[in-house]
Design a protein around this ligand. Sequence first.
Ligand code: COI
Length: 355
Amino acid sequence: MTSINTHEIDIVKAKTSKIDSVDFENLTFGNVFTDHMLVCDYKDGAWEKPIIKPYEHFMIDPSAKVFHYGQAIFEGMKAYKDENDEVWLFRPDQNMERFNKSAVRMAMPEVPEHIFMDGLKTIVDLERNWVKKGIGNTLYLRPFMIAVGSGVIAQPSTQYRFMIILSPAKSYYQGEVKVIIAEHYSRAANGGIGAAKAAGNYSAQFYPQKLAQEKGFQQIIWTDDATHTKLEEAGTMNVFFKINDTLYTAPTSERILDGVTRKSIIDLAKSEGIKIEVRSVLVDELVAAAKDGSLKEIFGAGTAAVVSPIVGFQYKEHYYELPKIENSTALQLKDKLTKIQYKLADDKFGWTVKV
Ligand code: COI
């Protein structure tokens, strides 16, 4: 291993790379990780110097709070390579901001910019060979923080570990996406942690999601916990509905994640002259629109999912198939978004950041 000591980050390079053993054409989302990881520990009220080192297992005390109380948060981001071999991040400031909001909500320390952003750029730069060219090829970036302090007293930890791991990724969903609309289970409630990217928000969905998958559905569209009448988000992505010629998406709230792709899609739609309204869509409204033919499209938007068209939804044991549309709004917006991300179109919004 070679040791490099930059001013802010220590780098210990792996002796060998596993990159040649990876089949980049046949990746399952989130299964392969690059050669290095970033680690930064927090103790005695301060962050230590981050280190980038070979990807490896590590030890934590079995009583660490992350295991017992789920004090853990994360982000999902991507790096893209352009035609000139330059590597780009997409709106990383938004992820850093959301990460620190999640940290506050979970009683965890905020991660300063010189650790989050400089750490991210340094590790992505080191792993730039893992970012493959061509639309659809990305390096998925997973910054996360866990409570590593020991002791099962139900109080926030005093010790934390911030890490970044990287995984080459293609699409999240393979094949068609069909969804069920939640009638009983909820993703989040007012006053809860729905707006935070907290690990528990995702594991809480696993059981209802398993039931949905057993019935042949890939995802659940969550409804509000109080009345189950308002459509909210799909857990791995925010959702958009096209009824007649207008796109609708729910406003962010204490229950809905403020998705970076969601807000980018809203801005792109506006700049393309597509009618868009940020307002709650009622389940009854969706069912009526599916019945009278005015429901044209449903699609999800998220970092991992990018823009994923939904082919149909089930509600109260009835399945509603969506019309097959050639040049759908979902695919038009996906094309605009990905062209910006891969530097194939002018980035008039200033969203892309060079590594
Ligand atoms: C992302 O889109 O990056 C997410 O965080 C969703 C994740 C559960 C795959």
